[in-house]
Design a protein around this ligand. Structure first.
Ligand code: CMX
Ligand code: CO
Length: 140
């Protein structure tokens, strides 16, 4: 089952400046920064709530590290802004993806890949989801 909004992904040109904006404007100080080579991004996960149950919601800020990465391509076309939404699963992310694929939505990966903080992730094609790039996330 999809049980929550895990995060909203936002494409930006300058990760440090955008993290500072979210800190100074909204007070989101809990930022986890990592590089995901496979996805071609340096990213920050800003924790929004403090439930402490491992199922928090996040803002994911994404700065491309390669010109051929999905986020670089998207930024060149659209400029900064909301890039994708991500739903959290309570079970196996591949099982969720298989169930959604059976309804005619293209799943972008054959098998889940590594996401932030050790999560397992996959994506649904935006053209099959009313224009929204949609990620599924299973916490480690
Ligand atoms: N949201 C909505 N629509 C999008 C989109 C997005 N983020 N990215 C692309 N599209 C649309 C484009 O506007 C385009 O539509 P038109 O044909 O009507 O112009 C169409 O999809 C094809 O877009 P494209 O620019 O030619 O891009 P590609 O087909 O090469 O790639 C996609 C699109 C979704 C397959 C690719 O972005 C992808 O594989 N995304 C998944 C991985 C990813 O985004 N990683 C970064 C985040 C990592 C993380 O969250 O951890
Ligand atoms: Co994401």
């Amino acid at each position: 089952m999809l049980t929550r909004i895990d995060h909203i992904g936002i494409a930006c040109h300058d990760l440090d400046a955008t993290v500072a904006f979210y800190r100074d404007t909204y007070g989101f100080t809990d930022a986890h920064v990592e590089v995901n080579e496979e996805q071609g991004v340096r990213e920050a996960m800003l924790k929004i709530n403090e439930t402490g149950d491992g199922a928090a919601s996040y803002i994911q800020l994404l700065e491309p590290i390669r010109d051929d990465s999905p986020v670089a391509k998207w930024l060149a076309k659209n400029g900064e802004g909301v890039h994708h939404i991500a739903f959290g699963t309570d079970g196996d992310v591949q099982d969720e993806a298989d169930g959604i694929a059976a309804k005619g939505v293209r799943v972008l990966y054959d098998a889940p890949r590594r996401g932030s903080m050790g999560s397992r992730i996959t994506f649904l094609h935006p053209k099959d989801a009313h224009g929204v790039l949609t990620e599924l996330v299973q916490k480690p």
